[in-house]
Design a protein around this ligand. Structure first.
Ligand SMILES: [Zn+2]
Ligand SMILES: [Zn+2]
Length: 414
């Protein structure tokens, strides 16, 4: 192992030892120059990214928080049909889903589009403010860990695409315009994306608590959340972020297999059952994921149709097939395409959230299209199955530990 370590820790004060979160390789990070990226020597995972230590991320996060609050206070979309005007707030979607007897769907939409985005921006702003003030309070570590865990589940960007799709469907019905809240949602999504890009996570972690050099020949244990390397025994809590540390994710293969089976079982109903019924002049027409895509094609929205086809139909299949491949590869100790598999895992883990486009579209339509006999939209059981596939496959990707694939070829068991 030591031949992979570039610089002995003793020689360079700023060097830091980290364990790769995707392949477990322990390596020494050399002091990085500004705007540079350190990648894992074995699997290419981004281990560190250095940005200038200025206030840009904080300013962006505070602006994002402001826009996020605006997005919740003002109407998103306005539709007028036969002299009647309807508009919706972010919270209208979950509310309409509850009155349509879909409480689980309502909760998912509320958490993904309202609670988690605000919580993420709020937590990041707070941590950056405290770090800037030079405080090293104990709660900052757990709070920043919570923010990092929440990030994939804060789905404002996905909501914006869902809003586009809903907008195209509404154009058929009447006059549509985007309200102040709609622009605020778009701004929140953009600012969230920017914060993600410029946030120097290792700088934040090191400001919360500077890691002490690890010495001695004993086995090391890396924190899965903040990458701190310690010599603590398995199951102890990370001294920096309080995350419980295990050498590998616990019971990873069994949990992954169970979730993949559940996701696969729900995939067909999710794509065959109607996700909503669009009623016009009292006559309801069922809409599935696929007919929704056909509708986009028919009306000439090709790019949007391709995005939805990828996000809703292909991404879940890609996730289920890849995770199955990974599990079999660990069990059979396959060496083939190890690096490719690790990269594919990162892709699959990262894009899963985009499958929620249709879920957000439904939440917007059911809140807006309530024009009695003229036009109504009602959610259907397929929507619940579909949302379940998205959430279950996201959990499945989270449950899988890519380091097991590397362990398997090193001749170690889980
Ligand atoms: Zn790696
Ligand atoms: Zn930690």
């Amino acid at each position: 192992m030591s031949r992979n370590v570039d610089t002995p820790l003793e020689e360079s004060g700023a060097a830091e030892e980290v364990a790769c979160h995707d392949c477990a390789q322990v390596q020494t990070l050399p002091p990085l120059g500004l705007r540079s990226v350190a990648r894992c020597i074995r699997c290419d995972a981004v281990l560190d990214r250095r940005e200038p230590p200025d206030s840009t991320p904080l300013a962006l996060a505070l602006a994002g928080l402001f826009c996020g609050l605006m997005a919740n206070a003002f109407p998103i979309i306005e539709v007028s049909l036969a002299g009647r005007v309807r508009s919706n707030l972010l919270v209208s979607g979950p509310r309409a889903l509850i009155s349509d007897q879909m409480p689980v769907l309502a909760l998912l939409v509320a958490f993904f589009s309202i609670v988690f985005p605000l919580l993420w921006l709020g937590a990041v702003s707070y941590v950056l403010l405290r770090v800037r003030a030079g405080t090293r309070a104990r709660e900052l570590g757990p709070l920043f860990r919570l923010a990092e865990r929440l990030r994939p589940w804060a789905m404002t960007e996905v909501y914006v695409i869902g809003g586009f799709v809903a907008f195209t469907r509404l154009e058929e019905l009447g006059r549509v315009s985007i309200g102040t809240g709609g622009w605020a949602v778009a701004a929140t999504a953009f600012l969230t994306f920017l914060v993600d890009q410029v946030l120097d996570r290792r700088h934040v972690w090191d400001s919360i608590r500077r890691p002490a050099p690890v010495r001695g020949p004993g086995p090391t244990l890396g924190c899965p959340q903040c990458d701190l390397v310690t010599t603590l025994p398995e199951g102890s809590r990370c001294p920096r972020c309080r995350c419980q540390m295990w050498r590998r994710k616990r019971d990873s293969l069994n949990r992954t297999v169970a979730l993949v089976i559940a996701g696969a079982a729900l995939y067909l109903p999710a794509n065959i059952l109607p996700i909503m019924a669009v009623g016009r002049l009292g006559r309801p027409t069922p809409d599935t994921i696929l007919t929704g895509i056909g509708e986009l094609v028919r009306r000439g929205y090709w790019p949007l149709a391709i995005i939805v086809l990828f996000a809703s139909v292909l991404v879940p299949v890609l996730k289920l097939v890849s995770l199955t491949w990974f599990v079999v590869a660990v069990r059979q100790r396959w060496r083939w395409a190890l690096r490719f598999r690790t990269r594919l895992y990162r892709l699959v883990d990262g894009i899963g959230r985009w499958s929620n486009i249709d879920v957000f579209m439904i939440s917007l339509l059911v809140a807006l299209v309530q024009f009695g006999v003229l036009a109504t939209v009602e959610p259907k059981a397929g929507a619940v199955a579909f949302a379940a596939v998205v959430v279950i496959t996201m959990f499945a990707a989270e449950a899988f530990d890519p380091r097991l694939m590397w362990d398997a070829v090193e001749g170690r068991d889980e």
